[in-house]
Design a protein around this ligand. Structure first.
Ligand code: BGC
Ligand code: NOJ
Length: 814
């Protein structure tokens, strides 16, 4: 069953039924001001940091779900009936409801008792504000007297404190009101120099800023007393809960349309110019007034929307493909790329599943995310890399997370996740392959943000590599530390106390438990580093990396091989994990996927055997599960993985992040059909028809789909902010379609399904547009390339040396 449809032409997903199984959300903003918005206008906004600069409130895990948002109400002032055109919060039976989630904007509209209304929400480029454009049309044969109300609930900035510290917060709320503009200035009197505002373009018939005056005691957003009464009360918030609500009265002739613009924004004043007149307690509005006035003007708002449209057009145009599979095209050209930008902006902070107060930017996560967005925003990728590397420690280890506002490593969680440092090598390598910008390696970058500790970025990569060499376990494999990619395989934790964090509790010395996954990652990252060293003229250093890599490969094949597949790890007792000897958890996806992706065992049949057994034991119709058999009870020596009931999350859930490792593994074996089949099983667009089962948005990936051991097999959770976005993008684009960046040029190495007659693609790479056409003439993966009509040796297209800005690449597969 579907709840809407894809409008690919307009790059929109159109939801036609408001009661989707879960809120289906979109993101507003792509620079500093952000918001999440659901298909029924739920969600919230923040400036830069979802925890520390939260503008509006949202109630996670509430009933009804998806509570708090950008709510518009309409009231027929004659019949006194009122409703919300976005369905929530009033939930009337609407006609022609639709929510169009597009690139950086969402438009929600419907019709009710002959009144059509729709609101377009978006954040203009380069501004710290969002615009709501509400259009109301009278489709009745008679005149209509309509009151419109727009409302938001302010958050007292720190979302964590806002939700917990009521003894203080019920006393601090402050606002100022001027005609058409409500200013929220809680704590501005003391240490803050920022405030929020909510403005309305039309002469107001009233406002409210005190929540209780608007909603009425014991009422919710579904039945505000002031809307019911048809008159806002001009309340001024003192303490309690400041809100912003505007009322505008419309007198509409039959067929008449009116537009009202609302602007919700964030503004900072210089610390010494906070008040005007100086010495007063009144917010200085000199610099904010012109911004508000500008965007309340519908022409300016429309122009800003057009700039946003062009921005996305340009951003997505870097890679566009046309294959015989609509789901591939739609995800690659539109939604998967868009999701990669969301993960770049948000890391794992704010979604329907991430409350915005928990995790900062993950070191591992943000480096992997680069794989999916570096081609779209290379300059910002560069900045991100330097920020990440600045939180690295001199040991080569890394803070697991950092806070986006301060850019400092997060002490609460600390470091010791022994895979972390290698992802920096992977990220930097992806950046150089994309841009050819070698200068990044010479950038001075501190350790732990300590001024004076700066060394060239390249030295950080060296230390990342060395970090593992200095932490080798009894079998010669890397020690796992707190966890590797699998945050829940906590082999040094041994936690028997409720509430302890599995990620930070360490009850064992950590000198025994080893990870085959990190070994595979070490091989992969080590080769990348060696390639970089070679091109920097450091031949000897490069050879030493390759020697270590070769040594590790041998260790993996000896101690990391279980006979038919790769082992996952050794625990603190030196016992095997992910082995046929185990009673549960006999085979794991991570080590098998990543070792084959890294090319280990390709020559001696081990890779083929690992992939065949992965297919046999882990593949399901909804994707590949993490391991089998699922853990049926809690294992003290394994940690969080066994804390989940079978089939969920890391305990044999379908982790969509790691499925691409197997897809890539299959391409390395030349199996285009299976690789694409795996790709399609978790492709959200290909799952649209089963939305009642999948439940999450059909336009973006979810982190997890419940595995076959779960009662809800096939149900997705944790959509949007997941490494799944980048890895699936990378797998389909660079390995299945095979349009791959290398340090030298653009490699063309498709491993596509046999049934595909070919595909075409356009790729802008280092300033040159490559028009690529692949034609299948045989069933294999051998490719013969011509560049602007001339055959070339091998399959790497080198950047033109004669200034050509467009190049035609034709490939014949046989
Ligand atoms: C989840 C992981 C997550 C970790 C860290 C665990 O409970 O299962 O997927 O990475 O928490 O927040
Ligand atoms: C989600 C985390 O963000 C990511 O870093 C981790 O690798 C996966 N969970 C698997 O545990």
């Amino acid at each position: 069953m579907k709840y809407g449809y894809f409008d690919d032409q307009n790059r929109e997903y159109v939801i036609t039924q408001p009661d989707t199984p879960l809120p289906w959300i979109n993101y507003l903003g792509c620079q500093a001001y952000f918001g999440i918005i659901s298909n029924t206008a739920g969600g919230y906004s923040f400036y830069r940091d979802a925890r520390l600069r939260r503008l509006t409130r949202y109630r996670y895990n509430n009933v009804p779900m998806d509570s708090g948002g950008r709510y518009v109400y309409l009231r027929d002032d004659e019949s006194k009936e009122f409703w919300s055109p976005s369905w929530q919060p009033t939930r009337n039976e609407l006609k022609d409801y639709s929510c169009r989630h597009g690139m950086g904007y969402t438009t929600i509209g419907s019709s009710y008792s002959g009144i059509e209304a729709s609101t377009r929400y978006f954040v203009p480029l380069d501004e710290n504000l969002e615009i709501w454009q509400l259009t109301v049309t009278n489709r009745r044969a008679t005149r209509a007297l309509i009151s419109t109300f727009a409302s938001i609930e302010f958050c007292l900035w720190d979302a964590q404190d806002d939700a917990t510290n009521f003894q203080r917060n019920f006393n601090t709320g402050q606002v100022e009101v001027e005609p058409g503009v409500i200013y929220h200035k809680t704590e501005y009197r003391e240490r803050r120099n920022h405030f929020a505002y909510f403005a309305c373009s039309e002469p107001g018939a009233g406002f409210d800023t005190q929540r209780e005056a608007f909603l009425g005691p014991y009422r919710g957003w579904d039945k505000p007393v002031a809307v019911e009464a048809g008159q806002l009360t001009n309340s001024i918030a003192h303490g309690w809960s400041p809100i912003g609500a505007h009322q505008v009265k419309l007198d509409l002739a039959p067929g008449e349309t009116r537009q009202i613009v609302f602007v919700l924004g964030y503004h900072e004043n210089p610390v010494d110019q906070k008040f005007s007149p100086a010495g007063s307690q009144i917010v200085n509005k000199t610099t904010v007034r012109p911004v508000i006035a500008k965007y309340l003007d519908a022409t300016e708002a429309n122009a800003a929307f057009e700039r946003l449209r062009q921005y996305w057009e340009k951003t997505l145009s870097v890679f566009q493909v046309n294959t015989p599979d609509i789901h591939t095209n739609r995800m690659v050209n539109i939604w998967n790329a868009y999701q990669c930008m969301a993960t770049f902006n948000m890391s794992r902070s704010a979604s329907f599943y991430e409350s915005g107060i928990g995790r900062g930017l993950g070191f591992r996560d943000s480096n992997q995310d680069l794989l999916g967005f570096v081609h779209m925003v290379p300059a910002r990728a560069r900045e991100r890399i330097l920020d990440l590397a600045s939180t690295q420690l001199a040991t080569g280890g890394a803070y697991h997370q950092y806070q986006p506002l301060t850019k400092r490593g997060n002490n609460d969680i600390g470091g010791g996740f022994n895979d972390d440092p290698h992802w920096l090598i992977v990220g930097v390598s992806a950046y150089i392959k994309e841009t050819g910008d070698w200068s990044i390696l010479d950038e001075p970058v501190p350790f732990d943000n300590e001024p004076g500790s700066e060394v060239p970025l390249y030295e950080h990569l060296r230390r990342s590599f060395r970090y593992t060499l200095e932490r080798i376990g009894p079998h010669g494999l890397p020690l796992i530390g707190r966890a590797d990619w699998n945050d829940c395989l906590n082999l040094n934790c041994f936690s028997d106390t409720p509430g302890q964090s599995f990620q930070t509790t360490t009850n064992k010395e950590g000198k025994v438990a080893e990870s085959v996954f990190i070994a595979g990652l070490f091989v992969f990252a080590g080769r990348e580093l060696a390639d970089i060293a070679t091109r920097r003229g450091l031949g000897e250093e490069s050879s030493s990396y390759l020697a270590e890599v070769a040594k590790m490969e041998k260790v993996i094949l000896k101690h990391g091989w279980d006979g038919e597949w790769f082992l996952r790890a050794y625990d603190d007792f030196g016992a095997k994990i992910g082995s046929k000897e185990c009673e549960e958890g006999k085979i794991f996806i991570e080590s098998n996927g990543f070792c084959v992706l890294a090319g280990i065992g390709l020559d001696d049949g081990k890779a083929a055997s690992a992939m065949a057994n992965t297919a046999k034991y882990l593949a399901t119709k909804h994707g590949l599960v993490v391991q089998q058999p699922a853990y049926s009870h809690y294992y003290l020596n394994l940690g969080e993985i066994s804390s989940y009931p079978p089939g969920y999350k890391e305990n044999a859930g379908i982790f969509c992040h790691v499925n691409p490792w197997v897809m890539i593994g299959e391409t390395r074996l030349g199996h285009g059909d299976l690789a694409h089949d795996y790709y399609s099983r978790i492709n959200p667009s290909a799952r649209e028809e089963i939305s009642e089962l999948h439940r999450c948005e059909p336009y973006v990936y979810a982190q997890m789909i419940a595995g076959k051991d779960a009662p809800s097999f096939g149900e997705a959770k944790n959509s949007w902010l997941t490494g799944t976005a980048a890895w699936n993008y990378y797998a389909i684009v660079q390995w299945i379609l095979g349009v791959r960046t290398t340090l030298d040029g653009l490699e063309i190495a498709p491993v596509i399904p046999k049934s595909w007659p070919g595909f075409t693609a356009t790729r802008t790479f280092r300033g040159v547009v490559y028009k690529i056409a692949i034609e299948r003439k045989g069933e294999g993966n051998h490719i013969a390339l011509t560049v602007d009509g001339a055959p070339i040796e091998g399959n790497i297209v080198m950047p033109p040396t004669d200034g050509r800005k467009e190049v035609s690449v034709k490939g014949i597969l046989s």
